[in-house]
Design a protein. Structure first.
Length: 428
């Protein structure tokens, strides 16, 4: 009976995903397109009022104030707002479809040190989760594996593709390391006292990481196949970044120091709950931070009740390069990424600076700012047009979106259901 149940479950899952498959990817841009009028939020802190944007062959060829003298197909954006595509870093998007169905969960592999595991191989470009992000302007993402000490390598993708080969814009950009905690929570179900206590194995766990880095760096005999050590080489020659998941002050310092002493060229902290305490250290080490989403409760009893909401501003004001990673939020909640940035505006951050948290800053941190993250001549025409403020859920209503110049569909299984029931109740 169990076998029959598993077969039926798999069949229902495949049938469901087939019925709500992603929209067909957009056609390659075939003519010059001109967006005329509107307010252009460039993603670098600047704004152009009543301007224009011209793009051809997937690239922005002109942007500025007033009208353009170029000829092309016009898109009227009068009264609307234009933004670069939002970027969701370090997420398992496309790796998990239904958490309760094990066959659709590919975010984790067996093993503790598996840097050679490539998340992009398991990426599902037709995921309905991916489809649900685009109507809110989230057009790019970093697909990262999870689990183990070193989870594997991530790849940066655009969210309009037939398969993972089409989606990838920067493959194997970084290795993801989950730094051990110096404190551990008591397992009350195993008879241990509740609360936190020092992790007695912390020193041993850190030594394991140091030894693994040393062995990886010393690996030069390519005649002996060791795919894990091979995957680590990019950290030492600068081809890859090391993304370290860590929150406390001590652990962040230990993690960055260990990585730098081991020869790692570029480090990014993911989490950074106490990063505001060591901003001078992070700036000196040139370490940016991708922090957790702002809609969260404080972790410590003596923290300000609104601390998670204002953490991005604390780091930004101190001069740290910071972006939003949206940690602890489910994949479906990634579509709310712009509204997490909008929440920071409510904490006193300038609106254009908050926009950078999910555009220009994140593109710099991921190393794709040469083509994405801002609206500039020569960069990819990956942007969208909204009826209002894209950081406000009440007004972020997209009318058009483009990825590398391709006009993409903003329909999803959710918009289909909305239209269905709006019609039923006479709202259409």
């Amino acid at each position: 009976m169990k076998i029959i149940y598993n077969i039926l479950t798999a069949f229902v899952f495949m049938a469901a995903t087939t019925l709500v498959a992603q929209q067909t990817p957009g056609d390659k841009q075939s003519e010059v397109l001109i967006v005329n009028g509107g307010t252009y939020h460039l993603g670098n802190g600047s704004v152009i009022d009543n301007g224009h944007l011209v793009f051809e062959d997937g690239k922005i060829i002109e942007i500025g104030e007033g009208a353009t003298r170029r000829m092309g197909k016009m898109i009227d954006a009068t009264g609307k707002h234009i933004y670069p595509g939002f970027i969701a870093p370090a997420k398992s998007l496309g790796l998990i479809e239904v958490e309760a169905v094990r066959a659709s969960d590919d975010e984790d592999e067996l093993g503790e040190y598996i840097p050679n595991i490539r998340s992009i191989i398991a990426y599902n470009a037709e995921s309905k989760v991916i489809e649900s992000l685009r109507p809110n302007g989230v057009l790019l993402g970093q697909i990262a594996p999870q689990g183990g000490r070193i989870s594997g390598s991530s790849t940066i993708v655009q969210f309009d593709a037939w398969n993972w080969e089409d989606a990838a814009i920067k493959t194997d950009d970084g290795i993801h390391l989950h730094w051990p905690s110096s404190f551990r929570r008591g397992r009350w179900w195993a008879g241990e006292p509740r609360g936190y206590s020092p992790n007695k194995k912390y020193g041993e766990q850190v030594s394991e990481i140091k030894n693994y880095f040393a062995s990886s760096k010393a690996y030069t005999d390519t005649s002996v196949a060791n795919e894990a050590y091979k995957a680590m080489q990019g950290l030492f020659n600068g081809d890859k970044k090391l993304y370290i998941y860590s929150d406390s002050e001590k652990e962040i310092i230990d993690a960055v120091t260990t990585a730098k002493e081991s020869g790692v060229k570029s480090v990014v902290i993911i989490g950074g709950y106490e990063a505001h305490k060591i901003t001078d250290f992070l700036i000196a080490q040139q370490v940016p931070v991708l922090i957790q989403h702002t809609h969260n409760l404080p972790k410590m009893a003596d923290d300000d009740y609104d601390f998670p909401y204002k953490l991005p501003k604390l780091l930004s004001d101190a001069g740290v390069l910071v972006g939003l990673q949206n940690a602890d939020a489910s994949n479906f909640q990634t579509r709310n990424l712009p509204f997490y940035a909008g929440q920071v505006v409510g904490q006193g951050m300038d609106k254009e600076t908050a926009l950078q948290l999910i555009t220009g800053n994140t593109a710099k941190i991921l190393g794709i700012d040469d083509a994405y993250g801002t609206l500039e001549v020569g960069k990819s025409a990956t942007f969208f047009i909204s009826e209002g403020d894209a950081l406000d859920m009440r007004t972020n209503v997209l009318t058009d979106a483009f990825i590398d110049g391709r006009a993409i569909s903003l329909e999803s299984h959710q918009t289909e259901l909305w239209h269905r029931y709006a019609k039923k109740y006479g709202q259409e």
